[in-house]
Structure formats: C-alpha cells, structure tokens
Design a protein around this ligand. Structure first.
Ligand code: HEC
Ligand code: HEC
Length: 384
C-alpha cells in the first residue's frame, strides 16, 4: 500500500505544477452487469433524443439553445421552461406556429409524431431545465396605453400584427392561444437570459407591463383561424412539365438556385421536380405551384425520384430558409442524383415576389425580410 501511494505522489510531482491533475477517469461500468438494459438512446430512432436530433435540431440546435436556423428560439432557457407548462410545449409542437417556420408536428395536421411521442419529447425538453412554476397573475392592463410602449420597446424585434421581426411573432394566433397573460408577463419581466430578449422588469412599472401584455393580447385580434388546403395523398405528380426541356440555371456553389432563375424556368414550362421539404401542414397553407410535399422527416418519395426521374432537375425549398431543403437535397445527392438544388431564400421570398403559388384562402406572403443577418441594411446573408 505504502509504495503504491508513493508512486502516485511521484507521478503527481513529475507532472509539474503547470496544469492541475486531470479528473480521475472512473472505471467503465458494464451496464448489463449492473442490471441496466443496454440501449443506445441515439441508435433507437424512437427515443426522444433521436426524434429531437432528426426533427428539431436542424433549427433549434443540438443543445436546444436555438438559432441553428433563423428565428428558431431556445427551448431550454430557464425563464422559458419555468413559465411554459407541459401543455404549452405539447400544443406548440402539435400545432406549430402557422406562418412561421415552426410546422405542425402532430398527427392531427399530417405531422410525423404520435401524441405519446410528443409527450416524450416534452418530458425530454423539460428535463433540460426547471419545472413550470406558478406565475404571478397579470393584472388587467390597458392596450391603448400599452401600444406606444410596445412600439418603443418591442416592435423592432417582435414586429406588429402582420409583419414579424427576428423574434417570435407574438401576433401569431397559435402563440396567443397557448400563451397566458402570466406567461407573456413573465417573459417581459425576466427576459430570456443569454438571448436578445432583455429583462424589462427594471424598465417598465408593473402597470406598464400589464398594459404591454394587454396590447400583445390584442395583436391577434382580427386574425382569423386559417383554413388549409386538402391533405396531400402522397400521389401528387412529381414532375411538372414532363415534356419540357431541362432548366438552364447557374446555381451558386452548384447548390443554391435563385428564386428568379427557378421562377423563370417555371414560367418557361421547363421540366422539373419542385419539392416542399417542410412538414405537410405548411404545404397545406401555401406551396409553390406544382410543388410536391416530401417532408424532411419522411423522404419515402425520394425512392421514386431515384428510380424513375434521375435525369430531372430537382429543386427543394423550405422557409427557414435552407435547413430542411438542404437535408432533402443531401439525401438525393447521397443517392446519386446529379441535379438537385436548394431554392435560395426559400418560399418566403418566392411568395413575396409574387411568383406562382397554391395557397389556402387568405394566406398572404409572410411579410418579413428573408434571411436577414446583422446590421447591414439590404444584406441578404448567404452564410449557410
Ligand atoms: C424549420 C425550423 C424548425 C423546426 C425543424 C422546428 N422548429 Fe420549433 N420553432 C421554430 C421557430 C421559428 C419557432 C418560433 C416561431 C416564431 O417565430 O414565432 C419555433 C417555436 C417552437 C416552440 C415554442 C417556443 C416558444 O418560445 O414559444 C416549441 C416548443 C418548439 N418550436 C418545439 C419544436 C420541436 C420539439 C421541434 C421538433 C419536433 C421543432 N420545434 C422543430 C422553428 C423550427
Ligand atoms: C432586441 C430584440 C428584442 C426586444 C427589443 C424584445 N424582445 Fe422579446 N424576445 C426576443 C427574442 C430573441 C426572444 C426569444 C428568446 C429565446 O430564444 O428564448 C424573445 C422572447 C419573447 C417572448 C416569449 C415568446 C415565446 O414564445 O416564448 C415574449 C412574450 C416577448 N419576447 C415579449 C417582448 C416584449 C413585450 C417586448 C417589449 C417590452 C420585447 N419582447 C422586446 C427579442 C426581443
């Protein structure tokens, strides 16, 4: 015993004093021996972490802190989780936030997740932060007094009734349906640490805060719940203009086709496949005329393209603006397709420019800057 202790001491001395000793590495535990089932959680495609990695991480980032794609907020911020009930999370996932890049992931709107899977995902997100806590009840505010405060303190980031900014769109009907006044109030008072959302607790009096909440509540008034196009049946024709010639666009980095080039090919009746890579609920709100839904989470129809249409030009889009379309294009390329492209800036810019779409009644172009980064006005970031 004595010599062993001495040896350890000597080694410690030999390491010198520049670095602290590294933490001792515990011996590997054989889980099977310990009576624990050996499962590789990521290897199990039905585990919540695998579902999260596949469906959510492209936008909300692997660690849940958000902003892998534009506008996707943190899901694990402590002031968010302490104020969002499980029901808030569940409904946000099932119904999405129509008109933003947050699609509907529940089965009800054609999404990929069963209720039980949504519940597991909620529990998994919840485990990354605090439980929901009882919140102070918001007092009655005056929206008329809240309006100028909102314009002064909030609008640059959160937009107004019809136009969004870079922060979650508070006028969104789904948001206003799931968020209580107390939830909105909590976000204003405490902010979201380590994000752009400041704590306004010291800046606004309690009365002013309640007035802003009342104004936010009013942002959704006048918006009507949207009807959707019929559900896709999985048999939508893949190729538009099967007798046409191939497009001739020059893609940036041989990957990104511009909306103007694709719109030109569309108008010239070129032969191509246009893929909507978003969850089906988004396709049901609005899609590029002739686009077929091949959601990034269900790429079955890629088989058909590889088997029958390997020569056809393919362009995939999403709204985020590249992340989900990029996944579908990567799959096509991996399987040997030579002419698969991402629609640069996605459907929002296409829709804003007035190019042909098929839309549910009353759906207007999402009125926000496409993929706008930083402070340079007019700069359309091409960073991804
Ligand atoms: C294409 C990008 C994208 C993907 C994929 C995505 N989200 Fe979102 N999500 C967003 C955006 C953007 C918002 C904010 C909506 C807004 O801008 O108003 C959001 C909002 C949310 C919210 C509400 C957060 C809050 O603060 O109100 C939850 C919860 C959420 N997402 C969970 C998920 C989960 C779970 C998945 C995977 C099943 C997922 N999201 C997939 C983009 C995405
Ligand atoms: C500098 C930009 C900025 C300003 C100004 C700002 N916010 Fe935010 N706000 C954000 C961002 C970004 C988030 C999402 C943070 C995250 O990722 O958790 C957010 C989150 C929120 C949320 C939570 C939304 C949700 O779905 O979880 C509410 C409510 C909110 N802000 C209200 C306000 C109000 C009201 C004001 C004005 C008093 C305001 N914000 C000012 C950027 C801002």
């Amino acid at each position: 015993m004595r010599s062993a202790a001495l040896a350890v001491l000597l080694i410690a001395c030999n390491n010198g004093s520049a670095k602290p000793n590294p933490k001792p590495v515990p011996p590997p535990v054989k889980l099977a021996d310990a009576g624990v089932a050996v499962v590789d959680p990521i290897g199990d495609p039905k585990s919540p972490q695998a579902i999260y990695a596949r469906l959510c991480a492209p936008c909300h980032a692997a660690d849940g802190k958000g902003y892998a794609a534009d506008f996707a907020p943190s899901l694990v911020n402590p002031t968010f989780l302490e104020s969002a009930t499980d029901e808030f999370l569940r409904r946000s996932i099932i119904w999405g936030r129509p008109g933003t890049s947050m699609g509907a992931y529940g089965k009800a709107l054609g999404g990929p997740l069963e209720d039980a899977e949504v519940d597991q995902l909620v529990a998994w997100i919840r485990a990354k932060g605090p439980k929901a806590q009882p919140l102070p009840v918001a007092a009655k505010g005056d929206p008329a007094r809240g309006a100028p405060l909102y314009a002064q303190y909030c609008k640059t980031c959160h937009g107004d009734a019809t136009t969004r900014g870079e922060a979650p769109h508070l006028a969104n009907l789904q948001f206003l349906t799931v968020a209580t006044d107390a939830f909105i109030r909590h976000a204003i008072v405490k902010g979201r640490p380590d994000t752009k959302m400041l704590a306004f607790g010291a800046m606004l009096t309690p009365q002013q805060t309640d007035d802003v909440v009342a104004f936010v509540r009013q942002l959704g008034q006048g918006a009507v719940a949207q009807e959707l196009l019929p559900e896709p049946n999985g048999k939508e024709p893949l190729v538009i203009n099967p007798k046409g010639k191939n497009p001739t666009w020059k893609a940036r980095d041989n990957r990104f086709a511009s909306v103007d080039d694709v719109a030109k090919a569309h108008a010239e009746k070129r032969k191509m496949i246009i893929i909507d890579a978003r969850p089906p609920s988004d396709w049901r709100r609005v899609h590029i005329a002739g686009a077929v839904p091949i959601p990034y989470h269900d790429m079955k129809r890629v088989d058909e393209i590889i088997a029958k249409h390997k020569d056809a030009y393919v362009v995939a889009y999403c709204a985020c603006p590249h992340h989900l379309s990029g996944l579908v294009v990567d799959e096509l390329i991996k399987r040997g397709h030579k002419n698969a492209f991402v629609l640069d800036e996605g459907i929002n810019l296409w829709h804003q420019k007035g190019y042909p779409v098929t839309a549910a009644p009353g759906v207007k172009p999402a009125a926000f800057e496409p993929h706008h980064h930083g402070t340079q006005p007019g700069h359309e970031g091409h960073g991804h």
